[in-house]
Design a binder for this molecule. Structure first.
Ligand SMILES: C[S@@+](CC[C@H](N)C(=O)[O-])C[C@H]1O[C@@H](n2cnc3c(N)ncnc32)[C@H](O)[C@@H]1O
Length: 259
């Protein structure tokens, strides 16, 4: 907790809004997307999706992966509580929706489906996109799949897999993704392993978002490594997220922006 408070204060000190952003690419993203005040109809669908989960009284047996949970002690977990604690917040889901709507990626990969709270934002952001979402826990993935069907999301394909197993299948198959949302294992090693494994899938316009870049000193170290990678041009730290761009025409620059 102390770590989060300290890093958040540092973030507040270093961060800006659109003022002082000289990159037209970033200025446009911040003003037209991050700070877009419009109340999109998709927001109420996102809210409804969340409410259905929050009202679900069942519990499931989860397979625990990754950096562990700071909330759960047992592997039998109420669905409502998973929705409340493990998934993206409503405000962030709305921002994710706007980012996808803004960039209109055609192929999207999500690493870490959980109950699909973020997946629904990706799907609504570009209903024409092909979305692939990965989840290692079969029971959690089944609830998400059920939700996708209930809400009529036809552009989501879900795979139950350990992330590294999926990345191994990527080797040499020349698949590209326009957008990746990394929200799975929040440890430095896993984050950097997935970063390296996903690099062959980038195009010049690919957008990556890493969740929880300040969650721990470990994750902050991973973020610093990502920023200095030679293939990375622009990065944007919004505290919760690290956005990564690979645009060759853009000089390397790191932004810290309140979103
Ligand atoms: C933080 S949650 C994802 C939240 C989701 N993106 C959302 O916003 O609603 C991370 C999910 O990744 C899964 N996960 C973590 N590490 C994994 C791994 N190594 N392989 C497969 N799944 C994993 C967990 O089971 C968990 O459901």
């Amino acid at each position: 907790m102390f770590h989060i408070i300290r890093t958040f204060l540092k973030f507040i000190y270093a961060s800006k809004n659109e003022h002082g952003v000289h990159s037209p690419f970033v200025y446009s993203l911040v003003t037209k997307c991050f700070y877009d005040p419009k109340n999109y109809p998709a927001y109420s669908i996102l809210k409804k999706y969340r409410t259905v989960l929050l009202q679900n009284k069942n519990a499931i047996e989860v397979t625990d992966f990754g950096a562990g949970s700071r909330v759960f002690k047992s592997n039998t977990r109420p669905i409502a509580k998973i929705a409340k604690t493990a998934g993206i917040t409503q405000k962030r889901a709305e921002l994710l929706f706007r980012i996808v709507q803004y960039f209109q990626p055609k192929s999207i990969l999500e690493i870490g489906t959980s109950l699909g709270l973020a997946t629904s934002a990706l799907a609504l952001g570009n209903p024409k996109a092909n979305i692939l979402t990965l989840e290692g826990c079969p029971n959690t993935a089944a609830i998400a799949q059920n939700q996708f069907e209930k809400f009529g999301f036809k552009n989501i394909a879900s795979i139950v897999t350990e992330f590294s197993t999926y990345f191994n299948t990527l080797k040499g198959n020349h698949l590209t993704f326009d957008f990746i949302y990394f929200d799975g294992n929040h440890s430095k090693k896993a984050t950097l392993d997935y970063f390296e494994a996903a690099l062959p899938t980038i195009t010049n316009d690919t957008v990556w978002i890493f969740d929880d870049i300040h969650w721990s000193t470990d994750m902050e170290e991973a973020w610093e490594v990502i920023k200095i990678h030679p293939k990375v041009s622009i990065t944007i730290d919004t505290f919760q997220w690290g956005l990564v761009f690979f645009r060759k025409e853009q000089p390397k620059e790191h932004f810290v922006i309140r979103a």
